[in-house]
Write a protein that binds this ligand. Structure first.
Ligand code: HEM
Length: 402
């Protein structure tokens, strides 16, 4: 390759780029998917920051998790102490663990906002049903990973949480109890359980990464939805992803890091349960067994129904129903902005979801169960009303362009 005397360095860069392009066109691939060749609607609000934030949160979990795994011992006699060792002896171990612990909570906060955004702007509707469905798969995998991870420190809540949740599978007709024994690798939660939970907790995030790749692939088929929820036709409705949204995402990350690092350094245990600082003891049951905060709304649904089988069904149903959401809500208008009935219903749904979370935190007795029952009815009522709204709701005039 010849050098032009005026710009030798520029030429070298161009030649190297071309050399790589001919062999592995990764730079043009990135440019087409998250660079200046990728066009995005020009009216995306900060609500569209949460997808990339979720990606960063996921990577942080994997990186910190790998370093934790170098010092953690998946053995019932050593697990609790190995965590103490990480916190006290390993160089920067306390920081790595706090990042991982608080990171898990913040990952869920980000993803809950990401989902609520999709629900508000109708991002799950045609042609993005598969994109949404893959999101629900990611959510299920995240819940599984979160649950498995919480067992690893082998504190009281780890042990009893694992016992309660795995026992739920015993309601499966005929084979349920056998499945639970198979899952435990014994007749109670014990050493084989901890070992396999560790392996699965390590592997699942990589499965999540794979599903995220499919998620982004599906996103690129039709591009992002937007706050107006309209399908865009004009070239002027778009701007290049880079630099406009890359800079916006970086700014969003900076804002996110403020509360995140605050929690990591000043209140790492705030979102957890103090009982998990007590080593697991199969002979002492805690007064209240509570899961991590991000499971609380679903835990409340489980406990709202006095018949165990129905409770388990309702709990799993409350998540699985998200898969069919695009077919329950067939209203032609996507964004809640233009839907006078869906919008207040959505607000009620969100408030009710938070109420469910509060119920999940309270003891399962008296008035709390009554409130949880009402909230469970509202939760499912929301989904039941969607087909009715699809048919009868009259939307406000929808603009044709942004
Ligand atoms: C690890 C978790 C996840 C990651 C890394 C992720 C990543 C992303 C990214 C980067 C985008 C594009 C930017 C944006 O719209 O914010 C996106 C869009 C989207 N995601 Fe996710 N996502 C995750 C989980 C979920 C979940 C749990 C759901 C729903 C159940 C979901 C549903 C959607 C939808 C519907 C869109 C399109 C939104 C629109 O264009 O309006 N995602 N996701």
């Amino acid at each position: 390759m010849a050098h032009t005397p005026n710009h030798p360095v520029e030429n070298d860069i161009r030649n190297t780029y071309q050399w790589l392009e001919d062999r592995l066109p990764i730079i043009s691939f990135l440019n087409n998917s998250v660079g200046s060749n990728f066009m995005a609607p020009r009216n995306l609000s900060y609500m569209w920051n949460f997808g990339s934030l979720a990606g960063i949160a996921l990577v942080l979990q994997i990186l910190t998790g790998i370093f934790l795994a170098m010092h953690y011992k998946p053995d019932v006699h050593m697990a609790f102490d190995s965590i103490q060792h990480i916190m006290r002896d390993v160089n920067w171990g306390w920081l790595i663990r706090n990042l991982h612990m608080v990171g898990a909570s913040f990952f869920f906060i980000v993803v809950y906002i990401h989902m609520a955004r999709g629900l508000y702007y109708g991002s799950y509707k045609s042609p993005r049903e598969v994109l949404w469905g893959l999101g629900v798969v990611i959510f299920l995998l995240m819940m599984a990973t979160g649950f498995l991870g919480y067992v690893l420190p082998w504190g009281q809540m780890s042990y009893w949480g694992a016992t309660v949740i795995t026992n739920l599978l015993s309601v499966i007709p005929f084979v349920g109890p056998d499945i639970v024994v198979w899952l435990w690798g014994g007749y109670a939660v014990g050493d084989p359980t901890l070992n396999r939970f560790f392996v699965l907790h390590f592997v699942l995030p990589f499965v999540i990464i794979a599903v995220v790749v499919l998620h982004i692939w599906a996103l690129h088929m039709h591009g992002s939805n937007n706050p107006k929820g309209i399908s865009l036709t004009k070239q002027t409705d778009y701007i290049p992803f880079h630099p406009y949204y890359t800079i916006k995402d970086i700014f969003g990350l900076g804002v996110y890091l403020i509360p995140f690092t605050f929690m990591v350094f000043y209140a790492p245990e705030y979102l957890g349960h103090t009982d998990n600082n007590i080593p697991a003891n199969p002979l002492v049951t805690p007064a209240h067994i509570v899961p991590e905060w991000y499971f609380l709304p679903f835990y409340a649904i489980l406990r709202a129904i006095p018949i165990k089988e129905l409770g388990v069904l309702a709990m799993f149903g409350s998540i699985l129903i998200l898969f069919v959401l695009p077919w329950l809500d067939k209203h032609p208008v996507r964004s809640a902005r233009f839907r006078p009935l869906y919008r207040p219903l959505y607000m009620l749904f969100l408030a009710n979801f938070i109420l469910l979370g509060w119920c999940g935190m309270m003891p399962a007795e008296g008035i709390y169960v009554r409130i949880a029952q009402a909230a469970t009815a509202i939760y499912f009522g929301f989904f039941a009303l969607l087909p009715v709204l699809s048919k009868y709701e009259k939307a406000k005039p929808v603009p044709t362009s942004i």
